[in-house]
Write a protein that binds this ligand. Structure first.
Ligand code: UD1
Length: 418
């Protein structure tokens, strides 16, 4: 196991390049199974979720080769349609393979997925959507078994705008016979990116980014080179870190329109934010003022993946805040750890009630999920004195070269074995 040792109190200054988005790269990697032509994904992030997805592709018989920061996937040799439990449990996004594997082989067997323990995270909407396309699904000993004679387009109405279900249905429908219309679809930028990628390899999809997506099935798909969009959650984490530590940083490669809900709140806090093309500059000079309330919502609302980091910021603002988590049930697991640093937070139901304190104090804390872990790191950077953040396995799932990037901005952070 590993930990970060952090000496807090340094202000952050400089520029930081934002990685390509974890939540774009994962479904795009899954989509590469749909074609027997080579696909090159550019600038993929060095995170364990991606490494695990690449391992699963290998398991299915796809050939993968890294070329610098790019990866080339050749799925012409894919022959297996089973994803074993050991791998599926490591990575919730393994569920994205269901759509492409069925589209390619007409059957699939996948263990129930893992990922962050942030609530129930059912997959019923994925399965119901695939059923509407003609897939027969049974469940057996923790495995989902799927088969179909053919995939046929249909109208699918999602009960809630699930990101994963929207993507999985797109991934199957792209090779179905006829037209699929997904209603109440999720509108996240990563879904638009998946549409762009699928259209690049010959798909015929429109509407992503709105609540209705239309997929006209095609017979064959080709290859392409593709650069996914930047990671708005990584960018948001760095911007919040700068707000908490003070200083001035520039996040490079990220378009402000993709995180406008965060920028809006940071301005309300008193940060100065300026935007030029794909660069966002944040300047935070003195103690910030609390925002009254933040509620996580599907895009374009405030992202649940920035809830923990934003709660950490609220802890050291002047005033009180209420943060409400509407998407996942157990996404306040980092709160007891923040309390060890002096945070004054009470959780009741879906809301955290925060009373601002002057400063965090360094402490030894344990990271128990990806975004909660990131919130602990940036809190430690803003704290007085020395902290340890223990267990980096969750953080490594989503933040590539986290400590290098933070050090280049002036943070005192080192990785050590325990
Ligand atoms: C994706 C993101 C994750 C983000 C989340 C919400 C990826 C790889 N992960 O996760 O980082 O936190 O969107 O923005 O893109 N639900 C059901 N049944 C289902 C599916 C979902 O009830 O079959 C519910 C969930 O419990 C949750 C809500 O729908 O309450 C949203 O989940 P969803 O959008 O599906 O999240 P993920 O795709 O898992």
């Amino acid at each position: 196991m590993e930990k970060y040792i952090i000496n807090g109190g340094n202000r952050l200054y400089g520029g930081v390049n934002i990685q390509t988005a974890k939540n774009s790269v994962l479904p795009i990697l899954a989509a590469s199974v749909l074609t027997d032509k080579k696909v090159r994904i550019l600038n993929i992030p060095q995170i364990t979720d991606v490494k695990n997805m690449v391992k699963i592709l290998g398991c299915l018989g796809c050939k993968t080769a890294y070329n610098g920061n790019d990866i080339v996937i050749d799925s012409s040799s894919a022959s297996c349609c089973e994803i074993p439990g050991t791998l599926a449990h490591e990575l919730r996004s393994s569920i994205f393979l269901l759509g492409p594997v069925i589209a390619r082989f007409r059957r699939a067997k996948i263990a129930y997925p893992g990922g962050c323990d942030i609530g129930l995270r059912p997959v019923d909407l994925h399965l119901n959507g695939l059923k509407r396309l003609g897939v027969k699904i049974t469940e057996q000993n923790g495995y989902i078994l799927c088969s179909c004679e053919k995939l046929a387009g249909n109208e699918i109405m999602l009960d809630c705008p699930s990101v994963g279900a929207t993507e999985n249905i797109m991934l199957a429908a792209v090779k179905a016979q006829g037209t699929t219309v997904i209603k109440n679809a999720a509108r996240e930028p990563e879904i638009e990116d998946l549409q762009k990628f699928l259209n690049c390899i010959g798909g015929r999809i429109s509407g992503a980014g709105s609540g209705t997506i239309t997929v006209e099935g095609v017979k064959d798909l080709g290859g392409c080179n593709y650069l996914p969009i930047a990671d708005r959650i990584e960018a948001g984490t760095f911007l919040i870190a700068a707000a908490m530590c003070g200083g001035e940083i520039e996040a490079k490669g990220i378009y402000a329109e993709n995180i406008s809900s965060l920028l809006h709140k940071l301005r309300e806090n008193g940060c100065k934010i300026s935007v030029k093309n794909d660069k966002i500059n944040i300047c935070s000079k003195s103690r910030l003022t609390s925002v009254k309330s933040i509620e996580t919502q599907p895009y374009p609302g405030f992202p649940t993946d920035l809830q923990a980091q934003m709660t950490a910021l609220c802890c050291i603002c002047n005033g009180n805040s209420i943060i409400t988590e509407n998407l996942f049930e157990t996404r306040f697991k980092y709160v007891p750890e923040l309390r060890k640093m002096g945070a004054d937070i009470t959780v009741a139901g879906r809301s955290a009630f925060v009373r601002g304190i002057e400063k965090f104090k360094g402490a030894s804390v344990v990271s128990c999920d990806l975004r909660g872990g990131a919130a602990l790191v940036i809190s430690a950077l803003a704290a007085e004195g020395k902290s340890e953040v223990i267990d980096l396995s969750h953080i490594d799932r989503g933040y590539g070269q986290f400590e290098y990037k933070l050090r280049s901005l002036g943070a005192d952070i080192t990785r050590a074995a325990i």
